[in-house]
Design a protein around this ligand. Structure first.
Ligand code: FMN
Length: 276
């Protein structure tokens, strides 16, 4: 088992630690090391009990100050699913997936608890939003791993935030409850592949933040990734031209050369958050 984990991490990072000892539950490490987002599903349905079980596992993850500021909405109504599916013609795995869920940050319940107990809520600032968003992200990650461990496939969907008004109305999200990401879930169709990550030399620091090895690590990653996981298409060649090799860093620099979700701040403020 340790060999399999080492092999998976070596493929993903290139500079992964060598000869790591077996964990008491190496199966969990292997599940984590083997994670792959899934963008193709069979139409085999999932039992509602299994979906609830995954939600329970996701919500077993840590939560800031035990505040439990995240909720999961299972979108089961066929009309609502059809509306969501229709928003993403370029992401057909959303319509394919037998299950679609939305992970939300929820700072509303806490405010309601304050009101019920007659205590003032004296934390109306950025942290209130941030904590709920992080809590939702942690639950999302735990959900993915729980599904991975069951042999299921998932893909988080942040593009639901490209359609804030529609999603907000469709799911009836009240003030202080906001979508963080959707999630497709089902039995994998085509097998996904392990995606590579930046070397640990770029992303793991000791004692202080350090960029000395960053560019070497990014260049090595760009080359390795272009060789092992080449992109199928280049982003916006009319604007940026074509590159050979077309690298991860080039792709990411192109991705955020386009404004995305510039309305998100206004949406969050409209939900009642004071982001000072
Ligand atoms: C918060 C979050 C939002 C994401 N949103 C999308 C999305 O909208 N569409 C999509 O196809 N993948 C989405 N993904 C999946 C990422 O693209 C994927 O995790 C990344 O490419 C790494 O691949 P891997 O998960 O297979 O290792 C999202 C992932 C996260 C964590």
């Amino acid at each position: 088992m340790a060999d399999a984990i080492n092999d998976l991490l070596q493929l993903r990072f290139d500079d992964a630690p060598q000869n790591v000892p077996d964990a008491p539950d190496a199966g969990l490490w292997q599940t984590i090391a083997n994670h792959q987002s899934c963008r193709s599903y069979t139409d085999t349905p999932l039992s509602p009990g299994l979906v609830q079980q995954l939600c329970a596992l996701a919500l077993s993850s840590p939560t800031k100050s035990d505040l439990q500021q995240r909720d999961i909405i299972i979108v089961s109504d066929p009309e609502k699913r059809a509306t969501i599916n229709g928003l993403f013609p370029d992401s057909p795995w959303i319509a394919d997936a037998p299950v679609f869920l939305v992970f939300c940050g929820n700072n509303r319940r806490l405010r309601q608890i304050h009101e019920r107990h007659g205590h003032p809520f004296e934390n109306d600032h950025l942290d209130a939003f941030f904590n709920a968003a992080v809590d939702a992200g942690i639950a999302l990650s735990a959900f993915v791993l729980a599904a991975d461990a069951a042999g299921l496939g998932t893909c988080p969907i942040s593009t639901i935030r490209d359609h804030l008004d529609t999603v907000n109305e469709l799911l009836g999200l009240p003030d202080w409850v906001f979508p963080v990401a959707g999630m497709t879930l089902g039995w994998p169709g085509r097998s996904p592949r392990i995606n590579l990550r930046l070397p640990l030399a770029a992303t793991v620091h000791t004692d202080s933040y350090n960029e000395d090895t960053q560019w070497g690590a990014i260049e090595a990653y760009d080359s390795r990734r272009a060789e092992l996981r080449p992109y199928g298409a280049q982003r916006d060649p009319d604007r940026f031209g074509t590159r050979d090799p077309y690298t991860w860093s080039e792709d990411k620099a192109r991705q955020y050369a386009e404004p995305q979700r510039t309305d998100f701040g206004a949406y969050v403020r409209k939900k009642g958050f004071d982001l000072r």
